[in-house]
Design a protein around this ligand. Structure first.
Ligand code: NAD
Length: 381
């Protein structure tokens, strides 16, 4: 089968779905790979690198899409700025599109794909099982996002992180508060600790307390009788009462913090508001808040998507594509996730979608002109 890898067109997106090393592995498995001119350049991979791996370079985007049985992308399909066509309209009927769509947040893309007869696999819908661990793009990208969030916030802060005892006096360590101890939050914790900060972490799943402490963080625990975790290990949507209690508890931690990094998400729901304007008014001037959930509604009441703003003398970072700021590594791990998925669903370079397979069942959103994934259907209703 022929795989097409277009250049990402969402503004600021530098990642690419397949890197040369993975291209050469997929070619050995029997696929043919066509790559748009300069598709990998933002992530430091040249057309020559792809050619050396055995891929063909296409300068004409429409020809590239026409050549494909499978289209691999990082971002959700969007309107093509030069062709004045939506990317979905460039894809032939019956083609398999694989992308990190965050489908529950962009369910209209499922509808568009179904109408066009495009079969869509959304990488964020791959079940988080042991078997599918290698295909877990949510984790591979969140890990890098967590790391980068600390560096960006540290850069904005007018202080250093570690305790320093010098002849000119002692510098106190920075205090970092992290909200949400999933993959991104735990990586942010590890990174901030390595830089020497004192780190406190809050999560609604008490199960993560041990992980936080083993990484050297202090856990801010909200006491509750509510069961905050579903059977998949994900956070449930917290009740109003819980969120109120949590806000009261974290108020003083946030007020004392130099940096607050928020990563709290509830799958398929708007992100919970955890840092209110009132809290920000109580932070020290020059403190930094980085809202990693900004794309999905934000954990901070006054963050602005895609912007860094100063409000009440606090710097509030609303960067909505942190993995995209580390495109070399993010692309490499994402490409590995895709490689693992393709190897799972194909034989000798031919994809066969079995609806009985638990990974396909979870991640295949549209098939033969219909939206088939249950969670997407329920969001669309
Ligand atoms: P996520 O990005 O969905 O959410 C980030 C964190 O925010 C979670 O820890 C969540 O509990 C927390 N959160 C939600 N509401 C909150 C609130 N009001 N206050 C504070 N925190 C709040 O999470 P994720 O990184 O995708 O991980 C989610 C789960 O999936 C975890 O249990 C993780 O261990 C699991 N996981 C499993 C696998 C696997 O088995 N392959 C891989 C990765 C993650």
């Amino acid at each position: 089968m022929v795989i097409a890898v277009p250049k990402e067109i969402l503004p600021g997106e530098k990642r690419v779905a397949i890197v040369p090393d993975v291209a050469s592995k997929l070619i050995k498995k029997g696929f043919q790979i066509n790559v748009e001119t300069n598709a990998g350049l933002g992530a430091s991979f040249t057309d020559k690198d792809y050619e050396a791996a055995g891929a063909k370079i296409f300068s004409n985007v429409e020809e590239l899409y026409n050549s494909a049985d499978i289209v691999l992308k990082v971002q959700r399909p969007v309107e093509h700025p030069e062709l004045n066509k939506h990317e979905i309209d460039l894809i032939k009927k019956d083609t398999l599109l694989i992308a990190l769509v965050y489908i529950l947040h962009y369910p209209e893309i499922a509808k568009q794909c179904a109408e066009k007869g495009v079969n869509l696999i959304s990488m964020d819908a791959v079940p988080r099982t042991t078997l599918a661990q290698k295909m877990d793009a949510l984790s591979s990208q969140a890990n890098i996002a967590g790391y980068k969030s600390v560096l960006i916030a540290a850069n904005e802060l007018g202080k250093i992180f570690p305790l320093m005892m010098t002849a000119a006096g002692t510098i106190q360590p920075a205090r970092v508060v992290i909200m949400g101890a999933g993959v991104a939050g735990l990586q942010a914790l590890g990174t901030a600790k390595r830089l020497g900060a004192i780190v406190e972490v809050s999560d609604i799943r008490p199960a993560v307390k041990e992980e936080v402490e083993s990484l050297g963080g202090r856990f801010i625990e909200v006491e509750t009788d509510e069961d905050m975790q579903d059977e998949g290990g994900y956070a449930k949507e917290a009740s109003e009462e819980f969120l109120k209690k949590q806000k009261e508890l974290i108020f003083k931690h946030v007020s004392n913090a130099d940096i607050v990094i928020t990563t709290a998400l509830v799958p398929g729901k708007k992100a919970p508001i955890l840092v209110t304007e009132e809290m920000i008014k109580n932070m020290k001037p020059g403190s930094v808040v980085l809202d990693m959930a900004v794309e999905f509604g934000g954990n901070c009441e006054i963050s602005e998507r895609g912007e860094t703003v100063t409000k009440h003398d606090v710097i509030i970072i609303g960067e909505d594509n942190l993995p995209g700021l580390v495109p070399v590594n993010s692309s490499s791990v994402y490409a590995k996730n895709i490689q693992a998925l393709l190897e799972h669903i194909s034989k000798e370079g031919v994809v066969e979608l079995s609806l009985e397979d638990e990974i396909v069942k979870g991640a295949l959103i549209t098939h033969n002109g219909e939206v088939i994934q249950e969670r997407t259907i329920s969001v669309l209703q």
